[in-house]
Design a protein around this ligand. Structure first.
Ligand code: ADP
Ligand code: MG
Length: 386
């Protein structure tokens, strides 16, 4: 792996892939962790004499152009942080980038062929981008688990490539855990909505960790697999058998909510109640873990020596469904064990509680990527740098 110090950037144009995908609402960026986290690398490149830094980034998932999927706010904010204008383009192709523009940002690469299912299209897109630069640097840890054009195709086309300071920091913090070099008891808490990316990973962890505590959408799938009626809750029908297998393997080491917060709508003013899980039915949606479960999970965290948390325990962006995730955040804050938090929504809960990040051993910019890395998978983005 090439680190920044191995390369001379003097006079070079740097294709710099970052993950600054952030929550945007009402024309504002709500979380700035990812944007602030790339500043050290940018400063390094500038100090080392880079002629031009071309930021490559994505925002959101689809290919639809909207105020929430363009990078205008990111370019503006980055410019403010660096005290220097960032020249923002509205596309990625046919650009005549002025030689003297030091900071340049192309449009959201996912609005182009970044994530096209056709690999040939992704590779052709990477070729277009490769023309703009001399050297490639990757700091997009949170996207390194994706086999995308600017993550895995582009670096293969570049003669010189390196791992940025953020990616290096993430790997150094997470590597000992990946190798299982951790103090026991080792507990992992998994929640969130992207069940498909997380459920398989629970399997990977099964021989490394002691207890696995589940909340959020994933827990619903497991509850349903155990025969509970989860009403109208978010769950994944086609993952039920996998959930049953995992539950069998983990047996008593797997914890599911015993009480849950339910409502029949999601919103800031939704009326909610805390119920034993066996009382859920009909149109009810499980939107958080209940108070008993939060207490139980907090006790397990307090007794652990290594704790990893990814994904909220419920729809935590809404006040009525945030308490479970807050309990996890507070229990981890109070612990003097090795504590690692990753994932946009989990970090948002910590920020909403104003808990300084130094209260945790590591706050990762990656959610899914962090879990895949810890699960021992080779991430396409990291592999392509080697
Ligand atoms: P992270 O970014 O922390 O890795 P995810 O992106 O996987 O987490 O999931 C976060 C999303 O999951 C949030 O938008 C939250 O509203 C949603 N979510 C979690 N639990 C539930 C649930 N029980 N029902 C509906 N949505 C949920
Ligand atoms: Mg997320």
């Amino acid at each position: 792996m090439n680190f920044l110090k191995k390369i001379s950037f003097k006079g070079k144009k740097v294709l710099y892939r970052v993950d600054i995908n952030s929550n945007i609402a009402g024309g504002k960026i709500l979380d700035d962790l990812r944007i602030k986290s790339i500043i050290p690398t940018v400063e390094w490149l500038l100090k080392d004499g880079a002629k031009q830094i071309i930021f490559l980034a994505h925002q959101g998932r689809g290919r639809e152009r909207s105020p929430e999927t363009v990078l205008d706010l990111h370019a503006k904010f980055l410019g403010e942080l660096l005290g220097q204008k960032v020249l923002k383009y509205d596309s990625c192709r046919d650009l005549k980038i002025p030689e003297d523009a030091q900071l340049v940002m192309l449009e959201n690469v996912r609005l182009d062929d970044e994530a096209d299912p056709d690999k040939k299209k992704r590779e052709a897109f990477a070729k277009v981008l490769a023309e703009y630069g001399d050297v490639y640097v990757n700091d997009a840890f949170a996207a390194c688990h994706r086999d995308h054009a600017t993550i895995s195709s582009l670096p293969k086309l570049m003669k010189e490539k390196a791992c940025g300071l953020l990616l290096e920091k993430e790997m150094r913090a997470l590597k000992p855990l990946m190798k299982g070099e951790v103090e026991q008891p080792f507990t992992i808490i998994i929640g969130g909505a992207k069940i498909d990316t997380k459920i398989g990973l629970i399997q990977n962890f099964s021989n490394k960790v002691g207890e696995i505590l589940l909340g959020g959408g994933i827990a619903n799938t497991f509850l349903a697999a155990e025969g509970f009626d989860v009403g109208a809750s978010l769950k994944e029908e086609d993952k039920m058998i996998l959930a049953q297998e995992i539950a069998l393997t983990l047996d008593k080491r797997l914890f599911l909510p015993t009480d849950v917060v339910v409502a029949d709508e999601i919103g800031q003013d939704a009326e909610s109640v805390d119920l034993p899980v066996e009382d859920v039915m009909g149109e009810m949606m499980i939107l958080d873990i209940g108070a008993q479960t939060a207490k139980k999970y907090s006790e397990i965290i307090a007794a652990s020596r290594t704790v990893i948390w990814n994904g909220p325990m419920g729809a935590a962006e809404y006040a009525p469904f945030r308490k479970g995730s807050e309990a996890i955040a507070l229990a981890m804050m109070k612990s003097d064990a090795t504590t690692i938090v990753g994932g946009g929504e989990s970090v948002a809960v910590i920020n909403a509680l104003s808990i300084p990040h130094k209260n945790f051993s590591h706050v990762s910019t990656g959610g899914g990527a962090m879990l895949e890395f810890l699960g021992g998978k080779t991430l396409p983005g990291i592999e392509a740098l080697q």
